[in-house]
Ligand binder design. Structure first.
Ligand SMILES: C[S@@+](CC[C@H](N)C(=O)[O-])C[C@H]1O[C@@H](n2cnc3c(N)ncnc32)[C@H](O)[C@@H]1O
Length: 247
């Protein structure tokens, strides 16, 4: 009796947005994988899909998993946790069905798969049952500090990466001690983040980057950002280097 080999799940890091920042390895997998899987917001093409599109050959089948909720329910509420848990479990089952039938699956990941990505929920559910390989990507924050021409760490600077979802007091307390910081997941947390930077006395140094390296990129000092809603793909940078530059 011959046993069919199973497929491999590839977590493919796509970099910060510019398709030219996709690695050669990622591009090769995107060209050859029989199934391309990705997460997206309902009714959207999906950021990851848009980044990967120039590298796809059109022959693969697409497995699109649409988030049942994004920001309309607070992520700490039971209703959010239940909906998203069921969604990730169903998505993992759909991926494993392909793997069981011997097809490799490339799961698209913005930035780096091991850095705050939805991929991690698939990794946790699938890795004990099927082979999983991860292709690292340039992180969004790296693309953003390059877009802002803002060297982020000098000498022995300590860089803190803070999710904007933390509460304001926690954000301010971390920001007081950070030499350099990156605040991720800005979106609807923007007002709280601005207050925390102000409370920590760091608002004047902060840089706002929206859609770094993508079409529509915008870089402005945070102090010049008008009061309005900001998109999910935005980040705040607090460059280091204070007192550490060797002239
Ligand atoms: C769930 S995290 C995913 C991070 C991703 N895995 C990475 O390696 O960058 C999403 C957050 O990353 C930040 N981000 C990622 N790419 C970005 C970009 N090109 N421009 C601005 N922010 C970005 C935003 O703060 C966004 O809310």
């Amino acid at each position: 009796m011959t046993v069919n080999p199973t497929g491999t799940l590839y977590g493919v890091g796509l970099g910060p947005g510019d398709p030219d920042l996709v690695t050669l390895k990622a591009a090769r997998i995107l060209k050859t994988a029989p199934v391309i899987a990705h997460f997206r917001k309902k009714g959207r093409a999906g950021h990851a899909w848009t980044i990967a599109a120039p590298h796809l050959n059109g022959d693969a089948s697409e497995a699109a998993f649409e988030y049942p909720v994004t920001t309309e329910i607070d992520f700490r509420e039971d209703a959010y946790v239940d909906a998203i848990r069921d969604f990730y479990t169903a998505s993992a089952q759909a991926i494993m069905q392909h793997l069981a039938e011997g097809r490799d699956v490339a799961l698209l990941c913005e930035g780096d798969p091991f850095f705050y990505g939805s991929f991690l929920h698939m990794y946790d559910r699938i890795r004990s049952a099927y082979p999983v390989r991860v292709v690292p990507g340039i992180t969004g924050m790296s693309g953003c500090w390059t877009a802002a021409a803002a060297p982020i760490t000098y000498g022995d600077d300590i860089l803190m990466v803070l999710p904007g979802t933390l509460d304001g007091a926690a954000l301010a307390s971390h920001l007081r001690t950070a030499d350099a910081a990156v605040i991720m997941k800005v979106g609807h947390n923007i007002d709280k983040i601005k207050r925390a930077l102000h409370d920590a006395g760091r608002a004047a140094d902060a840089i706002y980057v929206e859609r770094g390296t993508m079409q529509g990129e915008r870089v402005v000092p945070l102090a010049e950002l008008e009061d309005c809603a900001v998109p999910y793909f935005s980040i705040i940078l607090l460059p280091g280097g204070r007192g550490r530059r060797i002239a």
